[in-house]
Design a protein around this ligand. Structure first.
Ligand code: SF4
Length: 343
């Protein structure tokens, strides 16, 4: 990927100038919401507007506490299990996707399903089904406890094994070492995934993988932005919730470059001692973190002596996804409602 770094700067509103030199905030771009998260949040909002509350959502629609709380206030009810949704009601699947077993369960309970799975997660599901049908043993690189892995694993559970690090590759056993395929979670560290794939290729020289990498554009772009800018900063703050995989990876990318980094939900999590002797703070945000929380962190820093803000655009990002067919059809079937447009 080609990176073009461009800079724009302005004074941080309300900041006082620190004697002896400016303290800078570098605001990374791209940061924050990806196309899959925008789409998933739009789906819940449009469903609430079109059908009225309550609307049930299986799992957190995206891994961000602020977003979930905001939608819950509008009438979304978040549940961990399909059994918690009253029979016949409407349920939305989260951006992380679900296994076929969950789909079947919903059908048996007569639920009206709206699928907000990110199309880039669906791509990995389709690949899993294809490889399993072709008789491959499947190695899924990812984090076992993540909702996305639970869903993808469920496509072919009998032939799929999950590995989370290079050490686990050594323990793998498959019926035919010449018939092995790998896939990855969409929100992994590019570097870690590369190392695991390398170890798999050493162990299974004939292993096959996806046509294009499964790690999504948003995960990659945010990591590349941190890699480009971390060396200019004394501290990197990543806005995101602690169960957000791609946000955690951004912290790791920075720390691997020896720049101190912390994951914070919002400015309340910042400890004043983090800023001692810090001249430059870089801010980024995970794909599920809303911009309002980034602005909250900027305001905090401006009130703590950081007087200059530079936005550092590492690459442009203009991806958008269309709404799922269930929402498009539902809107069409309710002509009296104004047609909302996803942003
Ligand atoms: S992080 Fe990537 S895979 Fe996940 S919702 Fe966003 S675009 Fe889709």
């Amino acid at each position: 990927m080609t990176n073009h770094a461009s800079h724009s700067s302005s004074d941080v509103a309300g900041a006082s100038v620190v004697p002896g030199g400016h303290r800078r905030v570098l605001l990374l771009k791209p940061r924050g919401f990806c196309a899959g998260v925008v789409r998933a949040i739009d789906v819940v909002k449009i469903a609430l507007e079109t059908f009225g509350a309550p609307i049930y959502v299986r799992k957190e629609i995206v891994h961000n506490r602020f977003v979930v709380n905001e939608l819950a206030e509008k009438g979304a009810i978040f549940v961990d299990d399909i059994d918690e949704v009253p029979a016949g009601m409407r349920v939305i699947y989260s951006a992380h996707g679900v296994s076929p077993a969950v789909r079947e369960h919903s059908k048996l309970r007569g639920l009206k399903v709206i699928d907000a799975t990110c199309p880039l997660v669906t791509k990995v599901h389709v690949e899993a089904v294809k490889f399993a049908q072709q008789g491959y043993s499947l190695i899924l690189i990812g984090h076992r406890d993540h909702d996305e892995i639970e869903g993808t694993l469920g496509e072919a559970p009998d032939v799929t094994q999950v590995v989370s690090n290079v050490a686990e590759v050594a323990a793998l056993e498959v019926p035919d070492p010449n018939r092995v395929a790998y896939l990855t979670q969409t929100t992994l560290s590019l570097d870690e995934a590369r190392d695991i794939i390398h170890a798999l290729k050493e162990k299974y020289p004939n292993i096959v993988g996806p046509h294009s990498q499964d790690i999504c554009y948003a995960t990659e772009n945010r990591q590349v932005a941190v890699k480009n800018v971390a060396h200019q900063a004394d501290l990197v703050l990543v806005v995101g919730s602690n169960n957000s995989s791609n946000s955690n990876r951004l912290v790791e990318v920075s720390r691997n470059l020896d720049t101190r980094a912390y994951l914070i939900d919002n400015s309340d999590a910042i400890l004043p001692e983090w800023l001692e002797n810090v001249q430059t703070v870089a801010i980024t945000a995970g794909a599920s973190a809303p911009e309002v929380l980034v602005q909250d962190v900027i305001n905090y820093l401006s009130n703590h002596g950081f007087d200059t803000l530079e936005e550092v655009e590492v690459m442009p990002e203009n991806v958008r996804f269309g709404l799922p067919p269930e929402i498009v059809q539902a809107i069409a079937a309710a002509p009296s409602q104004p047609v909302p447009v996803a942003q």
